[in-house]
Design a protein around this ligand. Sequence first.
Ligand SMILES: C[S@@+](CC[C@H](N)C(=O)[O-])C[C@H]1O[C@@H](n2cnc3c(N)ncnc32)[C@H](O)[C@@H]1O
Length: 354
Amino acid sequence: MQVTTGMMGQGFYNRNSAPQMSAIEHVLPWLDAAVSALPLEGPGAIGLADFGCSEGRNSIALMQRIVPALRARTDADILTIHSDLPTNDFSALFRDLRPEGTSVFGGPGVSSCAVGGSMFDRLLPRASTHLAMTFNAIGFLSEKPLDRLPRYILPNGPSRLRGIGRVSEEEHRVFRQRAAEDIRAFLSARAEELVPGGKLLLQVFGAEGDRRTCDGIYDVLNDAVLEVLKVGGISRETYEAYYQPVYFRTLEEITAIAEADDMPFRIERAESYEAPVPFNEAFERTGDRAAYARDYTNFFRAFTEAVLRLSFAEIAELDDLVEDIYRRAERLVRDTPERYPFRYVAVAVLMTRT
Ligand SMILES: C[S@@+](CC[C@H](N)C(=O)[O-])C[C@H]1O[C@@H](n2cnc3c(N)ncnc32)[C@H](O)[C@@H]1O
């Protein structure tokens, strides 16, 4: 069963992913250190791969930092690889990689390509990649391990603050297990693709103690969907079968797998951290609730709408229903922002392929 078709396309994700870039910025010094230690010997091009690149704005910005640093170390050809699900909208990426008809990364020594496929599979030739990365993406599960999640729309459950809905311990265990297997599949695939000594930076939204990136955003989406249920826009059965197959991990849920004896990786750095959220900062500065509600809603709409559409695909007038749900969510945030505080907690692990 398809989990998601990707983010909202046609530039919408690019326009609404400043919080993700803010979370990436924290680990840029890690990337600099990784690039300065990459093994560069060997005949082929230096492969730099980003898994879960979406429409590419953040992916290209990252490569624009990495490529010059690498160029200072080597004249070898460089290949940037931008990968996402085959159903992802790659059109902005292709345009932005060659905006003036030449590579955005400079001279002819840098080539770029997009690869469609799931990051949980091996996608690249063996021992061809020097640096592999993934940002704000690996929380999307490879598959839905349960058909239904009847009392809430996310495996991690509602926030303590909102407390509407419930995910049982048994249900949560199934998702935790799926998420663990996904990390294992991702690391196994990258282990084959990376050269010995190559680096892997895995960063993703997550949870630490009672700070969880899922709180606020999924609470308001849940409340909006429940409103639609109440007015008869969807059936109880449809609500109970709908959930977002995304899992918010703790750092330990990643490092425990990376450290396993059969995993050919050495952990160099591992950290959970909180990233500043541009729309929170703007709200604090201006107090403009309408702008806050719009930016907050567009932010989570960019990564939840595709799943919502898959789940409600049978419903006639789907476009109207989807609009209605996000309009309701925006109104809820505008009228009661104190119910839906949002914080961006991320987890990151930098590893070396041994
Ligand atoms: C929130 S976006 C992150 C985009 C970008 N890395 C950033 O940080 O702005 C998550 C991306 O992961 C992709 N994704 C989800 N499941 C995936 C999978 N199994 N394989 C590859 N990409 C996946 C989605 O299509 C989406 O483009």
